[in-house]
Design a protein around this ligand. Structure first.
Ligand SMILES: [Mg+2]
Length: 220
């Protein structure tokens, strides 16, 4: 791990399961209900029919929201309007509060913050609204569907460094998926694998970033 000297490195946070958690089963519970399908059964059906392939097209910006909803509903056999699909599909997130407090602290300390997310137009619209207060601390949002590249491709990480105006070596990427951490390192960035909040604080300190003891739960 690089020990960063001043000036501060650019800190790049993944969104899903870092800044906020998500669960596709929440969407599938709502989508399947009119058809007598449990969320777990619908999600399993989507997985076995490889919905990830069309999701990746959507998250690369190669499909519109309407095209994605039509393809997804056809794939899993749901007869829904785009509006019905979009409302359920979007509502899958809840904030990771300790990370939200860390982000606010780092911004106050003068760190430049970038959000680097594999996402899509429906989810990005949802989370930018739902978590506006936390996301306001980020200097830039790099969203896969807008740049046309997904993690773990090098182009994604280089876009994050570029938008911050820094060399990759001056950037530290934080992601919950090991393959995305490896991708960041392969592109020349430093990277941390996010698992649990206390571990992340220790990993940040080891990288030379002074973070206080931020409680995992909100102080009373
Ligand atoms: Mg993630």
């Amino acid at each position: 791990m690089t020990l960063f000297k001043k000036p501060h490195p650019v800190l790049i946070f993944d969104f899903g399961n870092v800044v906020a958690y998500f669960d596709y089963q929440k969407a599938c519970d709502v989508l399947g209900r009119p058809f007598g399908l449990s969320g777990a059964d619908l999600l399993e059906r989507a997985r076995t029919r490889n919905y990830v392939a069309i999701l990746q097209q959507y998250e690369r910006g190669a499909l519109t929201a309407e095209e994605f909803s039509e393809r997804f509903c056809t794939l899993v056999g749901l007869d829904l309007s785009h509006q019905e699909f979009a409302a359920a599909w979007s509502d899958i997130f809840w904030l990771n509060e300790p990370i939200a407090r860390l982000v606010e602290y780092l911004k106050q300390q003068g760190y430049r913050l970038v959000l680097g997310s594999n996402t899509n137009a429906l989810h990005a619209a949802q989370f930018q609204n739902q978590f506006a207060e936390t996301l306001a601390h980020f200097d830039h949002l790099v969203l896969s569907h807008e740049i046309g590249h997904l993690k773990p491709s090098a182009e994604f990480y280089l876009a994050c460094a570029s938008v911050a105006g820094e060399a990759p070596a001056t950037c530290l990427f934080i992601d919950d998926l090991a393959e995305n951490v490896d991708g960041a390192k392969a592109a020349g960035l430093s990277a941390l694998h996010f698992t649990e909040f206390p571990t992340l604080l220790n990993d940040l300190r080891a990288a030379g970033i002074d973070v206080p003891s931020i409680p995992a739960s909100k102080p009373a």
